[in-house]
Write a protein that binds this ligand. Structure first.
Ligand code: VGL
Ligand code: ZN
Length: 197
């Protein structure tokens, strides 16, 4: 299937942070394998003059999602720690916009749209189509994608640039099915075309 990077497109890279990669505190198995693929997408968008947004999980030292607070996750992505930094090999364009989420100690927000001004920023730049990839398919990528649909964006899920945690086997597959039911397109590098001026 051919899917166009249109002139009103933006790329959203979700939570490619050390804690979600092997060696981190909440690793997605093989999570770092998305990095070189995302770098290729980033290059395409930068060369086309299109915006790139990076979301990051950015928790205070005490957060309700942590097991110590009755949540389900180990401590992860605490603000200003090494685990919260983007993967060192991710090529972050100088003009990229970083969106921090999960900053309220009392709220779990998987989506890059919740508690942030991401939708507002995208609408101000007249973005209509979003390409979304990153970590983790079955949590933050899925939530971000579903919120983007609710906000009225056309959304393309980048299947070769995303990986899931699969706490229960099959979670990522189910997440992909759920996104498809909501009208999300699924694409990999070979499906992507750039629309010429
Ligand atoms: C995430 C679990 C907890 C994610 C964030 O980025 O998918 N998962 N916090
Ligand atoms: Zn988190």
């Amino acid at each position: 299937m051919n899917i166009c990077i249109t002139h009103d497109s933006a790329l959203i890279v979700v939570d490619v942070q050390n804690d979600f990669c092997p060696g981190g505190s909440l690793p997605v198995p093989g999570g770092d394998r998305v990095v070189p693929v995302l770098n290729r997408y980033i290059r395409k968008f930068v060369e086309a003059g299109l915006p790139v947004y990076l979301t990051r999980d950015w928790h205070p030292g005490v957060h309700m999602s942590f097991k110590s607070q009755g949540g389900i996750w180990p401590v992860h992505c605490v603000q200003e720690t090494d685990g919260a930094r983007f993967h060192p090999e991710l090529s972050i364009p100088s003009a990229a916009v970083v969106i921090s989420k999960g900053t309220d100690p009392g709220k779990e927000t998987y989506s890059g749209f919740q508690g942030t001004d991401l939708a507002h920023q995208l609408k101000q730049r007249q973005v209509g189509r979003l390409f979304v990839g990153g970590l983790a398919t079955d949590y933050c990528v899925k939530s971000t994608v579903l919120d983007a649909i609710k906000e009225g964006f056309e959304v393309v899920f980048l299947s070769d640039a995303s990986m899931g945690v699969d706490v229960k086997p099959g979670d990522s597959e189910r997440a992909i099915e759920e996104m498809a039911r909501e009208g999300v397109l699924k694409a990999a590098m070979e499906d992507i075309m750039i629309s010429s001026p």
